[in-house]
Design a protein around this ligand. Structure first.
Ligand SMILES: [Zn+2]
Length: 352
């Protein structure tokens, strides 16, 4: 039986910390969540895989079992509920936002569909998504978001505005939350369109949620307004990929550059920059530029920029290039300390 690699499903290394696993899972689950990708079969499949992986790797006992025995012991069964609220085996979109992973379950008023409200006169919260360019997310920006919110209310007739309805069963009078208004006691009557300016701090990522107080539905019975929650979605960048607060970019270099070193142009968050590379670069070698990464959210620190150097082997060369390469090869063979010359000497002795 082939063993599934749950680490590669999440795109993390085997020594990833619990915190890294959670963060990565949260980000991927948000990206591929069925509520955001309706009818998209690929996302659905990916979402299933991510959840399967997290049900193992997100639990320290199952993870160590998996590290020892592989996925075989986990086939088929799945985990009822998977530890997620609602017992669906995967989290609601809301649950992927702040708060869910810290404790068992205290659903704040952030849920628009929240049925049990403690302060009945508070307006409903509103949730919006904000799509940002990579650069906007890492540098911070200001954005206008248009919302539509309740401005006035009319009383719910089904419960006379109480939010509760009473019914009798035998000798008992039982009250339950009103089904018509969801226990609120009122319906929005008039709505208004509003543009809210959002200050996006530097360092946000897909899955970051901002809360803007008082910009939700207007309160009723002179209660406070609801809040506005903005969920960030950050677009990919042509050069950079993001790993937490670090940035990774791959730069092609030529064979001569790898051998003798030199200066290359690289993209940074602050524009084009010149990078001096030493001689003797090996394939896939990574150079680290400290502090050139992304500003850490709610901190003054910065991540790093990792430049991965890919040595490009040309498949077509000119006559002149061929001549130079042949000359170069002759020189290599003359140099007895070169690993290739050493190898040639070895193989010659071995078969003699
Ligand atoms: Zn009602």
């Amino acid at each position: 039986m082939s063993s599934k690699d749950f680490y590669s499903v999440l795109g993390i290394s085997k020594d990833a910390s619990d915190e890294q696993i959670k963060k990565t899972y949260k980000k991927l689950a948000f990206k591929y969540h069925p509520d955001r990708n309706q009818g998209d079969k690929k996302s659905e499949e990916k979402f299933k895989e991510i959840n399967e992986a997290y049900q193992i790797l997100g639990d320290s006992e199952r993870r160590s079992q998996y590290d020892t025995f592989g996925s075989a012991g986990f086939e088929g069964g799945g985990f009822p509920g998977g530890g997620f609220p609602g017992g669906r085996g995967f989290p609601d979109l809301e649950d992927l936002m702040d708060g869910f992973f810290n404790q068992g379950r205290t659903r704040s008023s952030s849920s628009r569909s929240s049925s049990s409200r403690s302060t009945r006169s508070k307006g409903r919260d509103i949730r919006e998504e904000l799509v940002l360019e990579f650069q906007e997310a890492v540098k911070g920006t200001k954005k206008n978001v248009s919302i539509r919110r309740a401005k006035s209310y009319k009383m719910c007739n089904a419960c006379d505005g109480n939010g509760q309805v009473n019914y009798s069963q035998g000798f008992f009078s039982i009250s339950r939350s009103c089904g018509s208004c969801g226990g609120v006691g009122a319906f929005p009557e008039k709505t208004e369109n509003k543009t809210v300016e959002i200050k996006v701090p530097a360092g946000v990522d897909t899955g970051t949620r901002l809360r803007i107080r008082n910009e939700g539905d207007i309160g009723f019975d002179s209660g406070p307004n609801g809040d506005l929650y903005i969920d960030m979605i950050v677009k990919d960048h042509p050069f950079f990929s993001r790993e937490e607060e670090n940035i990774v970019c791959e730069i092609p270099i030529s064979i001569p550059q790898a051998i003798i070193g030199g200066k290359i142009d690289i993209p940074t968050l602050d524009g084009k920059s010149e990078l001096k590379i030493p001689s003797g670069i090996q394939p896939g070698q990574i150079m680290r530029l400290r502090g050139k990464g992304i500003k850490i959210l709610n901190s003054s620190g910065y991540g790093d920029l990792f430049v991965k150097l890919n040595i490009v082997i040309p498949s077509k060369i000119s006559d002149k290039q061929r001549m130079l390469m042949e000359e170069f090869q002759e020189e290599i063979e003359k140099d007895s300390k070169n690993p290739i010359s050493e190898y040639l000497a070895k193989i010659k002795n071995f078969f003699n």
